[in-house]
Design a protein around this ligand. Structure first.
Ligand SMILES: [Zn+2]
Length: 449
């Protein structure tokens, strides 16, 4: 009874104006929301066990009786992985009629994962997107231009659904060359720009030379970005850059930044988040269960993203809990002579160095018995390599005492290789930032969960 009342309140809230919706959702007491989430979880589990061949077989094989499960943690070591989606095929996960599908390749395999959805789910996610964009200040008189990649990717679809509700002017550019985008987009005088982080960085480099125009904000999603790169973008435009955290599997928004930009406010209405095996700092792989997907539910889906759940009050005043800024991908975590390293380590080592571009890649290999860490960076003027190397070593010494000592002890070699701007990424959408070449031949990658 309580749950259906809360669901009714949520339904009404999401169908009213974004401003009213924020107020209405804020009135739902936390215990009532928790009860609704628990009820949605049990419903998702029951439907999955009844209709999806993958979940039915898994639960039977593991002796799991879903009628006895009230919380995801009671499922023990049962998880769903991206590899399950690839090897079993998306059809094995279906519990309802699909209207559309999207794909994602990720950084570990060239084989795409396929994910199915319904139009109703698109509309629901669009409502939430509209609500959040309203919170960030988007209004009907804003002029939006998006450079999201439209090929098999969910983000432009969800964005369009949200903007239709907000009723603002919207041009879809697709992911084209940032220089061409700059010239063509400028004609429309957009006040808000959407794109992938690395593409937004490139656009901003161009705008810095050719001249920015007034923007309300930029919004990026699809990959991580270093704080240094974010600052460069914001300084160029004199406007904030907000980040979305999502996966195609989750159909876009798992969370999004508020004005404070300290982690992503979680979409707890539609997802149940866990970090089952957190380290001493509370960090671990975030695992989520969909609570409202009626076509292809995901139960304890391993995101491969390293973060922590933050439940303290955010200075922005919004009560929804957060996911901390993503530290990196689990499959990018490498144990080597340097120590336990991931993308955030190299982001930090390169922080404050202005002579390099936004993209970099670290390749772990070996030279005889010793590990090598080759840090590939992009630079306009390659004659500055010696100075750059000295800066990197200084940063390493000052910011990572342990990694520096391991180098002094000759546990590994650190080399820096410079490339022309824009060459590391090639034509791919995602750049795998840490590669362990020692494992490429035969060993499977280390899995923290
Ligand atoms: Zn906040």
């Amino acid at each position: 009874m309580l749950t259906s009342l809360v669901e009714l309140a949520e339904l009404l809230a999401l169908r009213t104006s974004p401003q009213r919706a924020v107020e209405l959702l804020g009135f739902i007491p936390a215990p009532a929301l928790e009860a609704m989430r628990a009820a949605r979880f049990r419903r998702t589990l029951r439907i999955a066990a009844e209709r999806s061949t993958f979940y039915r077989d898994q639960f039977r094989h593991r002796g799991i009786d879903v009628r006895r499960i009230d919380h995801p943690s009671q499922l023990g070591d049962f998880y769903t992985t991206g590899e399950d989606l690839r090897s079993h095929g998306a059809e094995a996960f279906l519990v309802g009629r699909a209207d559309t599908a999207f794909e994602t390749t990720g950084t570990t395999s060239p084989v795409p994962k396929r994910v199915f959805f319904s139009r109703r789910e698109i509309a629901d996610m669009g409502r939430l997107s509209a609500l959040w964009l309203h919170v960030l200040g988007l209004r009907p008189d804003d002029r939006v231009i998006s450079a999201f990649d439209c090929s098999f990717w969910v983000s432009p679809y969800v964005l369009r659904s949200g903007l239709d509700l907000l009723g603002c002017f919207h041009v879809e550019a697709g992911k084209i060359d940032a220089g061409e985008f700059y010239e063509r987009a400028k004609q429309y005088r957009p006040t808000v720009i959407f794109g992938e982080p690395s593409w937004v960085v490139r656009l901003s480099e161009i705008a810095k030379v050719r001249g920015p125009w007034p923007l309300k904000f930029l919004f990026a999603g699809g990959e991580n970005i270093s704080e240094a790169a974010r600052r460069a973008v914001e300084d160029t435009w004199g406007a904030p850059l907000y980040l979305n955290y999502g996966q195609t599997e989750s159909f876009g928004a798992l969370g999004a930044e508020c004005r404070v930009k300290d982690g992503y406010h979680r979409n707890d209405l539609y997802f149940f988040f866990e970090v089952p095996l957190a380290d001493a700092d509370g960090y671990g792989e975030v695992v989520y269960t969909t609570l409202s997907h009626r076509v292809m539910p995901l139960i304890r889906y391993r995101s491969s993203d390293l973060t922590q759940l933050v439940d303290g009050q955010c200075p922005c005043g919004i009560s929804m809990g957060r996911l901390a800024k993503i530290r990196g991908r689990c499959d990018e975590m490498v144990v080597c002579g340097m120590g336990n390293v991931g993308p955030w380590v190299f982001d930090e080592v390169l922080r404050g160095i202005t002579s390099i571009g936004g993209d970099w890649q670290a390749v772990i290999g070996h030279d005889g018995a010793r590990d090598t860490v080759v840090l590939h960076v992009e630079m306009e003027d390659t004659s500055g390599q010696r100075v750059l190397e000295a800066r990197i070593m200084t940063n390493l010494r000052e910011r990572f005492g342990d990694f520096w000592r391991n180098r002094e002890m000759q546990l590994y070699q650190l080399r820096v290789v410079v490339h022309p701007i824009g060459t590391l990424r090639g034509h791919g959408r995602k750049l795998r930032r840490v590669i362990d070449e020692r494992q490429m031949s035969s060993h499977p990658s280390v899995q923290p969960v």
